[in-house]
Design a protein around this ligand. Structure first.
Ligand code: PSU
Ligand code: MN
Length: 307
């Protein structure tokens, strides 16, 4: 088996990894299915520059023409943002998108897979998938959680949003040995807001402290990921009651329309954006920038420990 037949690592990323320099993985579902054009492309490019400004090399991951690409060009990011033919690709989709030479936007799960194959330990994004509300009946549990249970990548996100059942998501992560860490917070943030009403497992106050814990986890082969929950900056956080009502309305509409499976998350995100007249999108973009900053700093600290 030749891995090179399936994966292409951009030269800059390859060199950084070889020299043990900090690299941060980024997903592409957020580009193709998480935000509308052209804000998706603008955001993706700005995230890459924020990562550079904070001392790391960005590696946005996607499948293009059947090849897992680790690190994309501007043109490739633009294509992912514009094209209607990019399939939302989680773990189960990879073999078919690859063998049919299609384009796929990687979710948190499949971005973790790509990052891990390339040797990247830190991944920054907006939100992870989780246990959906009503999962007791629908069984809708994101493959992201299963991936977190086995693949050694730390995912910096803004907590879990309440389109999910946050309590059940935390239970699932606990069962699977996935630490949920709050960056300078004891409370798990809920994506658009700082508060969720749930506690994290551990609060860390610095990137260095967190990097040490990651190193200990993986040195001991305690396989699997870590959820690093980084609260949205206060000035961009949304009104708790407004966003709660909005999400409830969106979830109801999804139910009424029979939306399920992989369509569920993109449908809810777009509904929430419409109901809030774009305010949720602005918050979403800011929290992604904030996660990119932390992801880069964390990658810098981890690379120091690995030297
Ligand atoms: N949450 C967001 N924006 C996103 C996603 C989640 O705020 O774009 C995407 C991520 O790629 C995540 C995926 O991995 O949705 C989860 O989808 P599902 O619930 O179908 O597994
Ligand atoms: Mn699902």
């Amino acid at each position: 088996m030749k891995l090179e037949n399936y994966i292409h690592i951009k030269e800059e990323v390859k060199e950084a990894l070889k020299a043990n320099k900090p690299v941060v993985a980024l997903e592409s579902t957020i580009i193709s299915h998480g935000m509308p054009y052209p804000k998706n492309v603008e955001t993706a490019l700005k995230v890459e520059s924020i990562i550079r400004e904070n001392g790391a090399i960005p590696a946005t991951i996607a499948i293009l023409n059947g090849v897992i690409k680790i690190g994309l060009t501007k043109e490739e990011i633009d294509h992912l943002g514009k094209s209607d033919n990019v399939i939302k690709a989680s773990r189960r989709d990879l073999p078919f998108i690859i063998s049919k030479k299609l384009d796929g936007a990687t979710t948190v799960a499949s971005t973790m897979i790509g990052a891990s194959l390339a040797g990247i330990k830190i991944f920054a994004t907006g939100g992870i998938g989780g246990v959906h509300r009503g999962a007791q009946q629908t069984f809708d549990i994101s493959a992201d959680l299963e991936e977190l249970s086995k693949t050694d990548v730390a995912v910096v996100c803004a907590g879990a949003k309440s389109i999910l059942d946050i309590g059940l998501t935390l239970e699932y992560l606990e069962t699977n040995g996935v630490p949920v860490v709050g960056y300078k917070t004891k409370e798990l943030p809920a994506f658009y807001t700082i508060k969720s009403g749930f506690d994290v497992d551990y609060k860390v106050d610095s990137e260095e402290e967190l990097a040490k814990a990651l190193k200990a986890k993986w040195d001991l082969e305690l396989n699997g990921g870590v959820v690093v929950a980084n609260p949205i900056p206060e000035e961009y956080s949304m009104d708790y009651d407004e966003i709660t009502k909005t999400i409830n309305d969106a979830v109801k509409e999804a139910e009424e329309n029979g939306i399920k499976g992989k369509e569920s998350t993109p449908f809810l995100l777009s509904k929430i954006k419409d109901i809030t007249k774009g305010k949720s999108l602005d918050a979403n973009i800011e929290l992604v920038y904030n996660n990119a900053r932390l992801g880069a700093k964390l990658a810098v600290e981890l690379s120091k420990l690995e030297k």
